[in-house]
Design a protein around this ligand. Structure first.
Ligand SMILES: [Mg+2]
Length: 375
């Protein structure tokens, strides 16, 4: 897999770093034995979970030194966020992953509105980044609105937008088209960028009738195939994308993300965008350019757009292999929240090699900073 280093990188691609950290790494199935600690007292949920959480806090408390100069803590065990005020003071921008940080499915996570309000009142810039490409920025804006949050379109960066922004950044020729495996979010963003496309939902019902001599025609002006999460992926789309990539000279293969799993419902994990990308990788033997997390494309774009130093950014997410790696790859501070897919056991498992600077139970842990003067 390849990742893009910078909006102006064109096709100068750097090999990814720890990119395919298995999603198994963020599964709750790993178990480790925590040392027994009697002196820890935390207000947290009861029973077994409480006990494990307390032990985890004890384990990291010793490492809770408050120095977190950029990058210096990477590789060390994450510390529990004991001093939110210090973290808030040290950055000017917070980038949030959405699912598992702001909401879970269609439910807002407790304390989020107050926390965002606090950060805004302290003059912090807030940015919301999601690997989910099924919606455009405008559509995400509506979702925020439905949940009672006022977020402007300018503050939202979805991987659907990243795909269009990348193509614009390389001055994708206007006479060329994009073939889309994905949903309407990618199409809307391409449209807004003035880029022609085909495929997507329109090819959702297409079937292949394999009679003798059957040949599929394809458009030779397709200069890029963009693959994102697509609930209606089928053999027609895979074959069409394959033909474009194998037969159109210089045709780009762009992936919005390679997430192994996604959370379509709260009952189980579902096959993620990586499964659609994997189908096209399998048939073309080509590696995609990834524009979503953990590729640094969006971080570079944001940093340029808002003129922010990356050391002045804190990336907040619930996944190690996308959010935290994204922050690390971009040279930002990182905060893992346990309100989504990652458990404390996973974070502290010896098998986990991705350590954020800090971890917290949920975003509203930052609220304790409001008690402190002069944040
Ligand atoms: Mg998430």
């Amino acid at each position: 897999m390849q990742t893009i280093k910078g909006a102006s990188a064109h096709l100068a691609l750097a090999p990814t770093r720890k990119f395919l950290q298995s999603d198994a790494g963020s599964h709750p199935s790993h178990s480790i034995l925590f040392p027994i600690c009697k002196r820890v007292s935390l207000l947290w949920s009861s029973g077994n979970r409480r006990s494990k959480m307390q032990q985890g806090v004890a384990k990291t408390a010793a490492a809770a030194a408050s120095t977190f100069e950029n990058g210096s803590d990477v590789g060390k065990n994450a510390s529990y966020l004991t001093d939110p005020a210090e973290l808030i003071k040290s950055v000017e921008t917070f980038i949030f992953d959405c699912d598992g940080v702001i909401w879970k499915g269609d439910t807002l996570i407790d304390g989020v509105p107050k926390t965002l309000e606090l950060l805004r009142s302290l003059g912090k810039r807030l940015v919301f980044v999601t690997n989910n490409s099924t919606k455009s920025r405008k559509q995400y804006g509506k979702k925020f609105e439905t949940l009672g949050l006022t977020i402007s379109e300018e503050e939202i960066f979805a991987s659907s937008f990243a795909a269009a922004a990348y193509l614009k950044s390389i001055q994708f020729p206007l006479e060329k088209k994009v073939y889309v495996i994905g949903e309407v979010g990618i199409q809307k963003e391409l449209e807004q960028a003035g880029i022609s496309y085909l495929g997507g939902p329109e090819d959702g019902d297409k079937k292949i009738d394999l009679k003798p001599g059957q040949l599929m025609e394809h458009d030779h002006s397709v200069g890029a195939v963009v693959v994102g999460f697509d609930r209606y992926i089928n053999y027609y789309k895979i074959q069409y994308a394959t033909l474009c990539l194998r037969e159109n000279p210089g045709c780009l293969f762009i992936a919005t993300n390679c997430d192994a799993v996604t959370h379509l419902t709260d009952a189980q994990e579902w096959a993620g965008g990586g499964s659609m990308v994997g189908a096209v990788k399998g048939s073309t033997k080509k590696e995609p350019l990834v524009v979503g997390k953990p590729s640094t494309f969006m971080m570079d774009y944001l940093s340029k757009k808002f003129q922010i130093e990356k050391s002045q950014i804190c990336m907040v997410g619930d996944r190690l292999d996308t959010d935290i790696l994204f922050g690390q790859n971009g040279g930002c501070k990182t905060l893992l929240v346990l309100s989504g897919v990652t458990t404390l056991e996973t974070l502290q498992s010896p098998e986990n090699t991705i350590q954020p600077h800090f971890w917290a139970h949920q975003l509203s842990d930052l609220l304790s900073a409001q008690k402190l003067a002069n944040v």
